[in-house]
Ligand binder design. Structure first.
Ligand code: RB5
Length: 154
């Protein structure tokens, strides 16, 4: 299933708006210290920006096979989630706790995790990030359902 291939590097692309900037900085530092390779797609400070611009950058990294998975952070994660899911081959979900994240990987094979800086603190967000990377897709009946979604995308 698009877009991951065996040649896709295990790299996380991060993107955020102004509301997500501080949480993104914290998560990037923590991810690097745990051995992840990171592409920082911005934003670069807390000046007001538009979240769809950063969702696009992260989606491009995944669709170009430069990153395996993406993390998008805004105030709620919701705007980023809407923007990312406009793209064929992207399966994004808001992840507010570990259980939700595990099921989103097992059943929905998410390749983008959306976080809300106004909802989750750094510790929960990092636990979700670990679950995002450590949980495999179950395949089987779930693959058939994802195929139906791809077939319905214009
Ligand atoms: C910005 O204030 C806020 O609207 C944005 O970060 C996000 O929550 C949108 O979904």
């Amino acid at each position: 299933m698009m877009p991951s291939t065996s040649s896709t590097p295990r790299i996380i692309a991060f993107g955020c708006d102004h509301a997500g900037f501080l949480l993104q900085q914290q998560l990037i530092a923590k991810a690097k210290s745990h051995g992840f390779d990171v592409i920082d797609c911005g934003t670069t400070d807390q000046a007001s920006v538009d979240y769809p611009d950063f969702a696009e950058r992260v989606v491009d990294k995944i669709l170009q096979h430069q990153a395996e998975k993406g993390v998008l952070i805004c105030g709620t994660g919701i705007g980023m989630n809407i923007a990312a899911n406009r793209h064929r081959g992207i399966r994004a979900a808001c992840c507010y706790d570990v259980n939700q994240t595990v099921i989103a990987r097992q059943h929905n094979d998410i390749n983008v995790m959306c976080l809300g800086s106004r909802i989750s603190d750094e510790a929960i967000a990092f636990d979700c990030l670990m679950a995002f990377f450590q949980t495999d897709f179950d395949g089987g009946r779930h693959q058939k359902r994802l195929d139906k979604i791809d077939n319905n995308v214009a």
